[in-house]
Design a protein around this ligand. Structure first.
Ligand code: ADP
Length: 258
């Protein structure tokens, strides 16, 4: 009996020792991943910036239609690489808790108008209607402009990407329902929709509704995970409603200030 209990203690001790060792290995791996991503980001960012710059010049200068088309492909591909790299870095910052929020009082209506003006031609290029509706004159909130812009850009990017016909909507309104004043931003589309069982999962890093080698849409699967974290850091909230083949509606809420 005694021997048994001794053995039990011994095995318990060695298993907890192993757990600490495992934790240390995990922590070391996490640190290495952060250092690796930081180094890689610098190594990748410099050449991508050069490619992007020259591709832009070539696209403007080249007259021959066939060559111009090639320059356009190089330009679009390097833009995509830059976006993916930026998302990877944002996710790395999220993972290592290095994010600092630079709060500023900003008018959300102004910020949304600027982003809407960028997305209008992108949506129309795909033959999609797009509108921005608000009855507010001003919508002040304490936010981090860079984070806010990234969140709206990610959501509008997805709306355009996952919609083949119909329209994309951007709406801004105030909500005083729970005794607290919020500004709500709705980004809606008439695209493929998201099945109910996948709606929670899409906010996790690297997760997509269609995954694996047979996935149809391009993307890193990081946009929504990074967006959710950014919104929460700005004391906001993000939710999704969706119906397959009808469309999706993402709602953001930010506390309002005078
Ligand atoms: P990515 O778009 O790079 O795949 P996200 O994190 O932005 O990554 O989105 C995760 C997944 O959520 C997408 O791959 C897609 O399956 C689903 N999704 C996001 N937005 C929409 C949308 N507006 N309509 C349909 N599906 C969407």
């Amino acid at each position: 009996m005694d021997i048994n209990s001794k053995d039990n203690n011994k095995s318990e001790y060695s298993s907890s020792e192993k757990t600490i060792e495992e934790l240390l290995i995990l922590e070391e791996a996490r640190k290495l991943k952060t250092v690796f991503l930081d180094n890689m980001s610098h190594e990748l960012r410099t050449p991508i910036t050069v490619i992007l710059g020259y591709a832009g010049i070539l696209y403007e200068e080249i007259q021959d239609p066939e060559l111009k088309e090639m320059a356009e492909i190089v330009l679009k591909s390097s833009n995509r690489l830059t976006e993916s790299l930026n998302l990877l870095l944002d996710q790395s910052d999220v993972d290592s808790n290095r994010l600092k929020v630079a709060f500023e009082k900003k008018d959300l209506k102004l910020l949304l108008t600027e982003i809407y003006n960028i997305y209008k031609p992108i949506a129309e290029d795909k033959n999609l209607e797009i509108f921005f509706n608000t009855e507010l004159n001003q919508a002040n909130s304490n936010i981090d402009v860079k984070m806010f812009n990234k969140v709206i850009t990610n959501l509008l990017n997805n709306a355009v990407k996952f919609t083949e016909k119909g329209r994309i909507g951007l709406e801004l309104f105030s909500d005083n329902s729970n005794g607290t004043n919020f500004y709500c931003i709705k980004i809606s589309d008439t695209g493929i929709g998201i099945p109910e069982e996948k709606r929670k999962l899409i906010f996790e890093a690297f997760r997509q509704v269609s995954e694996g080698m047979n996935r149809i849409y391009q993307g890193t699967g990081l946009g929504l995970s990074v967006s959710k974290k950014f919104v929460e850091l700005m004391n906001g909230d993000i939710t999704v409603e969706s119906e397959v083949n009808i469309g999706s509606k993402f709602t953001l809420k930010f506390p309002s200030i005078l």
